[in-house]
Design a protein around this ligand. Structure first.
Ligand code: FAD
Length: 427
């Protein structure tokens, strides 16, 4: 039997870090396989809360998990670096040079070999090559971009306050990211008003642009309608059937000729795999650049390469790019890779079990759907059940990675932190 003892996981996001942690705890601990994780950053964040980093309402160190420390505690290796290409014949990936923040080279380009490769490099927003978007819009696809947005948001708020003007923000994309970001920015300003700017904090004018007929298209119509109503109640201007045709330094142009002025322009629409998948050894890709896989998550082209999470596309039964899918796929591989390594047994098809979906509009409102289609949240409790459910998903993820006790301590530390520091980033 061919040796399959070097398992290389590229991308330590929702899927990759869960997989590395589980495999490290089994195969890594037993010494029956060497598990290595590579990520282009040094720490993991739960991507569904990136809009909170962008708004400044998440700022705690506990919200980032150091890959090195996670690796040390869970019997796997971690190497920082961006995988820029792969050579399937040699079974090796190529990492680009690692540079320090001043641009100096820390590590030259390197190669790492594998017996089994798992690609879990996630996704980014898709601007569909709309003119001006790449040059004039902000994105919140990773922590660096979310923090970059937050810096601009705080500076523009200050400018708006000094000039007694409104701050115009336009967000393209009425899915979970766009709607949640709009609400979180309002929440951030509400909290900022408690600490700074005196009795007349700056005013926000947020416009949410959605090309389709309703926001939150993945949710039932009743949730879309209620969410739009809630957003409008807190002052967000929601424009559906608004197809953006271009962006410049003054705002967005719509297909119908309207111009939406905006000092800050955010693109949060569409999903595609990172462009780098095009240089991954000629693997077959979907139209959005995702790696085509079989139902058992093996690449359609190579029986030593798996892909999961947002960067993968199951040919016969595509699934939405969500954290729930990424997590279930990671658990599936963690369960079956050991028999694949030990006995050469095939990995069975991964069957997705839809457990519903949740959206939380800051602390204003929230809704969830159950697998049968019924809806919860909203109402007089302002969606408390859904908002708590949304938070619990994050805590569950933390507990899974940290273990129960440390996960619980992290939760307590966050709670204490809110008592001693402003719950929004002010500097
Ligand atoms: C603002 C926002 C809100 C969201 N809200 C929700 C929600 O409420 N519910 C939900 O289910 N989903 C939500 N999602 C989607 C969810 O976050 C993704 O589906 C999920 O994170 C996908 O997990 P993943 O492991 O495939 O990729 P990711 O979690 O994105 O991880 C990818 C990892 O790969 C690394 N990487 C990328 N390229 C390379 C490379 N070339 N070399 C090395 N490393 C690389 C990255 O640094 C990252 O750590 C949201 C997404 C965003 C952006």
């Amino acid at each position: 039997m061919v040796s399959r003892s070097e398992i290389l996981i590229v991308g330590g996001g929702v899927a990759g870090l869960a997989l590395a942690t589980r495999l490290g705890g089994t195969l890594g601990k037993q010494g029956s396989a060497r598990i290595t994780l590579i990520d282009k950053s040094f720490s993991h964040v739960w991507k569904p809360m990136l809009h909170c980093f962008a708004a400044g309402t998440a700022q705690n160190e506990n919200d980032r998990i150091s890959f090195m420390s996670q690796a040390g505690a869970h019997h796997f290796e971690f190497w920082p670096g961006e995988v820029i290409s792969l050579d399937r014949a040699k079974r090796e990936v190529v990492l680009g040079p690692l540079r320090a923040s001043d641009g100096s080279t820390v590590l030259e380009s390197r190669t790492v070999t594998y017996d089994a490769l798992v690609l879990s490099i996630g996704s980014c927003a898709n601007d569909f090559r709309t003119p001006g978007v790449a040059e004039h819009c902000l994105f919140i696809d990773n922590l660096v971009e979310a923090n970059g947005f937050n810096e601009k948001f705080r500076m523009e708020l200050l400018r708006a306050y000094a000039t007694n003007a409104e701050l115009d923000i336009a967000i393209v994309g009425g899915g979970a990211t766009g709607t949640q970001l709009a609400a979180e920015l309002h929440k951030a300003l509400d909290i900022v008003g408690l600490h700074a700017f005196g009795p007349t904090p700056p005013r926000l004018r947020i416009t949410l642009l959605e090309a389709g007929p309703r926001v939150l298209p993945a949710f039932p119509e009743a949730v879309s309608a209620a969410a739009q109503q809630e957003l409008e109640r807190i002052g967000v201007s929601v424009r559906t059937s608004a197809m953006v045709s271009g962006a410049d330094e003054t705002g967005f142009s719509l297909k119908d000729g309207t111009h939406i002025p905006a000092t800050l322009r955010v693109w949060a629409a569409g999903v595609k795999a990172p462009d780098v998948t095009k240089s991954y050894g000629g693997l077959s890709l979907s139209r959005s650049g995702q790696i085509l896989v079989k139902p058992n998550l093996l690449s359609v082209d190579d029986d030593r390469i798996f892909a999961l999470g947002d960067c993968s596309f199951i040919v016969d039964d595509p699934l939405p790019p969500t954290a729930q899918v990424a997590r279930q796929q990671a658990h599936h591989l963690a369960r079956h890779l050991s028999a694949w390594i030990r006995d050469g047994q095939d990995v069975p098809a991964c069957v997705f079990r839809n457990k519903g979906a949740i959206v939380a509009l800051g602390n204003y409102n929230g809704w969830g759907t159950l697998p049968g289609g019924s809806v919860f949240g909203g109402g007089v409790l302002k969606g408390l059940t859904a908002r708590v459910g949304h938070l619990m998903l994050y805590r569950q993820h933390q507990v899974e990675l940290y273990g129960f006790f440390r996960g619980l301590m992290s939760c307590v530390a966050d709670w204490i932190d809110t008592m001693v520091r402003p719950s929004v980033r002010l500097d």
